[in-house]
Design a protein around this ligand. Structure first.
Ligand SMILES: C[S@@+](CC[C@H](N)C(=O)[O-])C[C@H]1O[C@@H](n2cnc3c(N)ncnc32)[C@H](O)[C@@H]1O
Length: 259
């Protein structure tokens, strides 16, 4: 289903379709330095459709309304974004406990659920209860019985401590209105060595037809993650998106962001 340009703008102010091709992996296991102080938020004018709230030099985008949920389920997305390629890259194993943060309609949730079944489970987290209602219906359609829907807040994902093998955020981080608190709460929820996977449209590529606030450069993502107890593992490229993978440092060794 194609949305008219006008509606696309409203839906998320962006989230256009994406075709995922190769998965060119660049491995780079490195521990990020933790700065002595964590930057705060600034409030100043920015884009005409932006929030006016800034973090580490980036204006935070508005989040996508549940009224656009059908667009997340459009048929062309399969061809345009090749979600199965992304799932393959995650290398999920049966029995793992994983989370789809900002799960929306559950487009990735059921795919993850099938991979970790039967003993594993997926926490499907979203800010909007309406999204979780839609997601529950979609999990039924896809026979994904090992999904637990969890409503998060702007500052907390509300997931059990040290419980996750992996947390996935597809097209979500750039629109978190408290990004440092959300990632800090995710670091609490990840097991030592658990993976955090951020998928964002590439801000470096002007040709990608997504509004600038809804894209991020890899450098910006890495800079923002550097305040957390995370080590960068790899940067992969889909046709229009980055797939940035980090590992939660061991609690015995990693230091935490002071928020
Ligand atoms: C563009 S949609 C992407 C949905 C899904 N990841 C996908 O790719 O189909 C972004 C979703 O992130 C959610 N979201 C935004 N900020 C959030 C936060 N702080 N915590 C949880 N969910 C959030 C929104 O409610 C929305 O459902």
């Amino acid at each position: 289903m194609k949305l008219p340009n006008r509606l696309r703008g409203c839906v998320q102010g962006l989230a256009v379709t994406v075709a995922i091709h190769g998965l060119g992996g660049v491995a780079a296991e490195s521990a990020n330095p933790t700065p002595a102080t964590v930057p705060g938020y600034e409030f100043r004018p920015g884009s005409i459709d932006g929030t006016g709230k800034w973090f580490m030099g980036r204006e935070i985008a508005h989040y996508m309304s549940h009224q656009g949920a059908m667009w997340l389920e459009r048929e062309e997305r399969e061809e345009e974004e090749q979600p199965n390629e992304l799932i393959r890259l995650l290398d999920l194993k049966p029995g793992q406990s994983v989370a789809d943060i900002g799960a929306g309609s559950g487009y990735f949730t059921w795919r993850m659920a099938h991979k970790v079944a039967p003993a594993g489970r997926v926490f499907a987290n979203d800010l909007q209860p309406e999204m979780l209602t839609i997601l529950r219906t979609n999990m039924g359609r896809h026979q994904a019985t090992n999904v637990v829907a969890v409503q998060g807040s702007s500052t907390n994902v509300n997931l059990p401590a040290a419980s996750l093998d992996l947390a996935l955020l597809v097209d979500v981080y750039h629109e978190c209105d408290h990004p440092k608190e959300i990632i800090a709460s995710l670091c609490e929820a990840l097991k030592d060595g658990g993976r955090l996977v951020l998928v964002e449209y590439r801000g470096e590529d002007r040709w990608i037809p997504i509004k600038p606030l809804h894209k991020m450069t890899a450098d910006q993502v890495v800079r923002e993650m550097s305040i957390h107890p995370l080590a960068q593992v790899s940067t992969n490229r889909l046709s229009r998106q980055h797939v940035l993978i980090f590992r939660r440092m061991d609690r015995a060794h990693g230091s935490k962001a002071r928020l």
